[in-house]
Design a binder for this molecule. Structure first.
Ligand code: C6P
Length: 403
């Protein structure tokens, strides 16, 4: 069946090593539809000026478009107010902001931060850094072999010492969708706050931060069909109001004297310096694109590809799937007996197929599975059954080569 959306993504209309490009690495970064590329280009050609600073027409236009993205993001994740939407450079920067600003003011020696075994390094290392600085202790929620969180173990980890729980909405290796509502409810019963790493969720499932009731939610534009260099930190207003700025500079201040500086209101208090204006504006076009398709279709498509890929891959001899949770998005990771993941990646590349191989910035998770590296194919709205057939053909070539 023809994919209705592929034509919207100009980059996909090319050959690589004389083969049709099959892009199966959307969890690393989504490709961008023409409308996003056009929006950024049009902005740079016609409307660019710095935002929130000029009294002239171009600056007014740039500021208007920039703030329209904030409104679009607010609606996209169902936040309560614009003050709760902070632009950062990505998920990583958003998590570091919370670790440094919230962590420094709320953690003390002996406090506990809970993360999970399936976290990306971006949701581990910032917490280790702040733990080292404050004397707080990192605790880890274990997982089962299918790649699901052990919620009973999580309940036992929670205590009056727990100050923050930081967990992925969706794992970038396993594809597991975690039960955030339940995780949040349990954390709140212990007065702990919850940060959700939504990097892998936003392009695959609808996100409603108020329904999840999480305190912070971080994600990146480039994993949701938008440009790189733009991320979002959502935070509940009452928490953000009481957090000190993370970085100092222009725009985040109200009054500066050498004696004392007062800070701007939310969200600008956390947006020091000139932001990534063009790409923030491009992100709104990406959100509009996804909204136009609608999450009913996005989820249906994702699940159909996942089911087909799982069924097909399991027919290959010597394959082991990593991540077989009941609730998953379109990510499928695997190893093949006696073949190194990097060799698989290289042979697939020669067939025009782009997958990610390695530890996927989740070394503790790979240690749990006792694998140094695995192959990951991840799907987006522009992928089709034909792409999975191409992957299967490529993997059969790999197996022929190694037998
Ligand atoms: N994962 C992947 O191939 P940034 O780089 O800041 O946009 O996103 C970091 C990040 C945080 N959390 C999760 C769950 C992620 O998957 C990622 C990025 C990419 O899996 C690149 S390592």
């Amino acid at each position: 069946m023809m994919n209705l959306y592929k034509k919207d993504f100009p980059i996909l209309n090319q050959t690589v090593h004389d083969k049709t490009l099959v892009y199966l690495d959307s969890s690393a970064s989504n490709q961008k539809p023409e409308v996003v590329i056009q929006t950024v280009s049009q902005y740079e050609r016609m409307h660019h000026a710095n935002v929130h600073r000029g009294v002239y027409e171009l600056s007014r236009r740039a500021t208007g478009a920039f703030e329209e993205t904030r409104e679009a993001v607010k609606q996209f994740i169902h936040a309560n107010s614009l003050q709760e939407i902070i632009f950062t450079s990505g998920t990583t920067a958003a998590i570091n902001l919370v670790a440094q600003s919230y962590g420094r003011t709320h953690f003390k020696a002996g406090d506990e931060i809970i993360v999970s075994m399936m976290e990306h390094h971006s949701n581990i290392v910032p917490w280790q850094m702040i733990a080292e600085a404050t004397g707080a202790i990192l605790k880890v929620i274990p997982i089962n072999l299918a790649g699901e969180l052990d919620l009973d173990a999580y309940r036992l980890l929670l205590s009056p010492r727990t100050k923050l729980v930081a967990v992925a909405h969706v794992s970038n290796v396993l594809g597991t969708i975690n039960p955030i509502q339940e995780i949040t409810r349990l954390a709140h019963a212990h007065q702990a706050v919850v940060l959700v790493d939504g990097a892998q969720a936003v392009a695959h499932i609808p996100v409603d931060v108020q329904a999840l009731d999480c305190d912070f939610y971080a994600f990146s534009s480039h994993k949701a069909y938008g440009p790189t260099g733009v991320g979002i930190l959502y935070g509940k207003r009452a928490l953000l109001e009481n957090m000190p700025p993370y970085q100092g500079g222009g725009e985040m201040v109200e009054q500066v004297t050498f004696a004392k500086t007062t800070y701007n209101t939310l969200p600008y208090k956390f947006e020091a310096g000139t932001p990534n204006i063009a790409n923030v504006i491009g992100f709104k076009a990406a959100i509009d694109y996804v909204k136009h398709i609608g999450f009913t279709r996005v989820v249906e498509h994702d699940q159909a590809l996942l089911a087909y890929a799982t069924e097909q891959l399991t027919t290959l001899p010597g394959i082991k799937l990593i991540g077989t949770a009941r609730q998953k998005i379109g990510i499928i990771s695997f190893v093949i007996e006696n073949v190194h993941a990097h060799d698989i990646g290289t042979i697939l590349d020669h067939e025009g197929i782009a997958v990610r191989v390695g530890n996927h910035c989740a070394m503790p998770l790979m240690q749990f599975y006792q694998e140094a590296a695995c192959v990951r194919a991840s799907f987006a709205i522009y992928n089709s059954i034909a792409d999975i057939d191409a992957l299967m053909m490529g993997l059969k070539t790999v197996q022929r080569y190694f037998n």
